[in-house]
Design a protein around this ligand. Structure first.
Ligand code: ATP
Length: 234
């Protein structure tokens, strides 16, 4: 479904991503794990067209993304939940969710999806009219995920959804990611919380300073000695 081939990404002279290749198959949860500054966010931004690679190809559903204008990327079924859960802070919860569906015209299905989001995140339903900027960090993360789901994506790219959340909420967010995947959405999950990410993922890639240094089935990576020492706290 998603294929990254030999991409290189620079910020000025800084070479952030080196000849990187990986893929995500339909129906999978794939996680990219790595320490601060490894290049995880850069990769997601390159996939969703926010950054342009200096070389290499990003293919989504057999289309080269370089030829797709940014506004059509959502249309093709890709949603990106950015790091730091950027919600529209002055708008209400409901308005944020409606913005997620702005490219769609199927009013009845939009309503169904709104109900689906409220079922998954009852907290958002209770706070439908509240201004998004006044939600707690965890609630904003839920809203950012809910908004992405409102575009009915085939794939959802998630950038560190667990960042800054209390442990109990982290568990809740990971459970929701699993549920979203069970309901048919492919997931590319970027995480520093390697242990939790590998526990819900099918496959994983370990990123170090812009290159993949290990890859495999998530269950195998969880048992890998080097991965354990570097990323799973021994
Ligand atoms: P974190 O987990 O800390 O968010 P990350 O793995 O997502 O890290 P990136 O944000 O992708 O890492 O950064 C990869 C590298 O690119 C880092 O060395 C970072 O300093 C550098 N970088 C990121 N954004 C910029 C920018 N706008 N200008 C210059 N360098 C940047």
């Amino acid at each position: 479904m998603l294929k990254i081939e030999d991409i290189n990404v620079f910020y000025g002279k800084i070479h952030a991503i080196h000849d990187l290749s990986f893929h995500v198959k339909e129906g999978e949860i794939v996680t990219l794990i790595g320490a601060n500054g490894a290049g995880k966010t850069t990769i997601l931004k390159t996939i969703s067209g926010i950054l342009t690679p200096s070389s290499g190809i990003v293919k989504f559903r057999d289309e080269n993304m370089a030829s797709i204008p940014a506004h059509q990327i959502i249309d093709m079924g890709m949603a990106h939940v950015p790091e730091g859960r950027r919600v529209f802070s002055k708008m209400s919860v409901l308005e944020n969710l409606e913005m997620g569906a702005f490219i769609r015209k199927d009013q009845r299905e939009i309503k169904e999806d709104l109900e689906m989001v409220f079922t998954r995140f009852p907290r958002l339903k209770e706070r439908m009219k509240q201004t998004a900027g006044t939600l707690s960090g965890g609630e904003q993360q839920m809203l950012a995920m809910g908004r992405a789901l409102m575009s009915r994506p085939r794939i959802i790219l998630m950038d560190e959804p667990s960042m800054g959340l209390a442990p109990i909420l982290v568990d809740e967010i990971f459970k929701i990611i699993r549920d979203v995947n069970d309901a048919g959405t492919t997931v590319l999950l970027v995480e520093q919380n390697a242990n939790k990410a590998l526990k819900i993922a099918d496959r994983g890639y370990v990123l170090e300073t812009g290159s993949i240094i290990a890859e495999g089935k998530a269950s195998d990576l969880l048992e890998d000695q080097a991965v354990k020492e570097a990323y799973l706290g021994g």
